[in-house]
Write a new protein. Structure first.
Length: 226
């Protein structure tokens, strides 16, 4: 639906390009060990923490994922010890407030992060859903996530980015530092095709899903992976 001013052929390519630029810059300055400020030499750290997010010079967010997983593991074990005393609804509420909230916090920075970092957080969610539903440790997790209506970690990240993008475009109170870098993308070819397709057919000839297909063509984007 929207994309940054530096247009890309595929969704997420802009973020991936920016990340590659940052990684190449990090490799270029990896030999720098200190910076002189006001005559004082300050050592360069490999990682820094801002608003609870651990940012490394390689931008893999591996240490951040490990830190979040460690915090969530503590609460998962606490819920496991009292799970037999809780109803499923109460256990779900505890898991959402103590575990999922930590997994969702600032998760948009993980967009285009390496799959190994995402997998660390996915294992935390898999463990949480098995505890809530009292399923065996080696049970298949997809039906369990579907039962609780929990999106997997990768889809939660994509959903967060999509929501932020939509709000930046549709809200009059959106921060200008976000909205000024985003503009709508409309394909003239699909616009003409979609207009003719909808107006040349009676309502009874249009199936329930067809308008959404045309709208997707008009927007010139892809839907999130299922």
């Amino acid at each position: 639906m929207v994309h940054a001013e530096r247009t890309a052929a595929e969704p997420g390519q802009v973020a991936s390009t920016d990340r590659r630029h940052c990684e190449s810059a990090a490799r270029r300055y990896s030999a720098v060990t200190s910076v002189s400020v006001a005559g004082v030499d300050l050592s360069v750290a490999n990682d820094m923490k801002a608003l609870g997010v651990v940012i490394g010079r390689r931008l893999t967010f591996r240490k951040h994922a490990v830190a979040v997983a460690r915090s969530c593991h503590y609460h998962s074990q606490a819920i496991r010890h009292i799970r037999h005393l809780l109803s499923t609804e109460l256990a779900t509420t505890l898991a959402c407030s103590l575990i999922l909230n930590r997994l969702d916090y600032c998760n948009s920075v993980l967009y285009s992060a390496p799959a190994s970092s995402i997998q660390v957080l996915q294992r935390v969610q898999n463990n949480a859903v098995r505890i809530v539903l009292q399923a065996p440790r080696r049970s298949h997790v997809q039906p369990l996530l579907h039962e609780l209506h929990w999106l997997p970690i990768q889809h939660r990240i994509e959903y967060k980015v999509a929501v932020l993008t939509f709000k930046s475009r549709s809200s009059a109170t959106a921060p200008t530092y976000l909205s000024r870098h985003i503009k709508a993308r409309v394909s003239v070819h699909f616009a003409r095709l979609g207009s003719h397709y909808l107006t040349s057919r009676s309502p009874g000839q249009i199936s329930r899903n067809e308008p959404f297909v045309v709208l997707r063509q008009l927007s010139g984007t892809r839907c999130l992976r299922q």
